[in-house]
Write a protein that binds this ligand. Sequence first.
Ligand SMILES: [Zn+2]
Length: 214
Amino acid sequence: MIKFLEKLLNWIYVERCYFCGSSDEAKRLCSKCLGSVKILPLQPHSLINGCNVYSASMYDDIVKKLIKRVKYHHDIKLAQEQAKLMADYWLKFNFTEKFVVLPVPQHKNRIRKRRGNHMDIVGKEFCDLLSYTLLPDFLVRIKDTKPQYKLSREEREENLKDAFSLFPEKLPDKSSPILIIDDIKTTGTTLKEIISLLQKNGYTNIRAFTTAKT
Ligand SMILES: [Zn+2]
């Protein structure tokens, strides 16, 4: 009976790949599923207000499932995998700057509803891997915006107008290299709003980096 229970518990508690469910590597993202992620070429993928914007992969298959799981369920092990995917990509650039990392913030109503901002979790893991400084409370979302995916480009811009603010007591040095991070880049409206705000406040060394782009 004890042997049976032991076997049962092992079966229940062994870590399985969230994506294929069949790997016996005891990882939430097995190497085969990770290997199927299409990593983008090592270059900036767009320019917003003169700032380079990078994405590690396209928003499809495994990455789509990964981002959704981290966003809506705060799966810590998968957040670590998301951060690692980003860090592995970022490391290849050999940037010498020690970036100050700003995760794209959520409005406090949404943070309360989802019990935290998933990009703070990913950001912390990302910074731990690269020895960067995470600044989760400097950039705040002051407007409870509608979800962007239902809106046209014009509506997105209107929706996000003056949506963000900077928390003045936490201002990093104006010459600090800033890295804004987010999970998905679609039209880039969110990043544009944040970059404009930072530029208005005198920051010039700004880059943005997302896990995926559509
Ligand atoms: Zn797998």
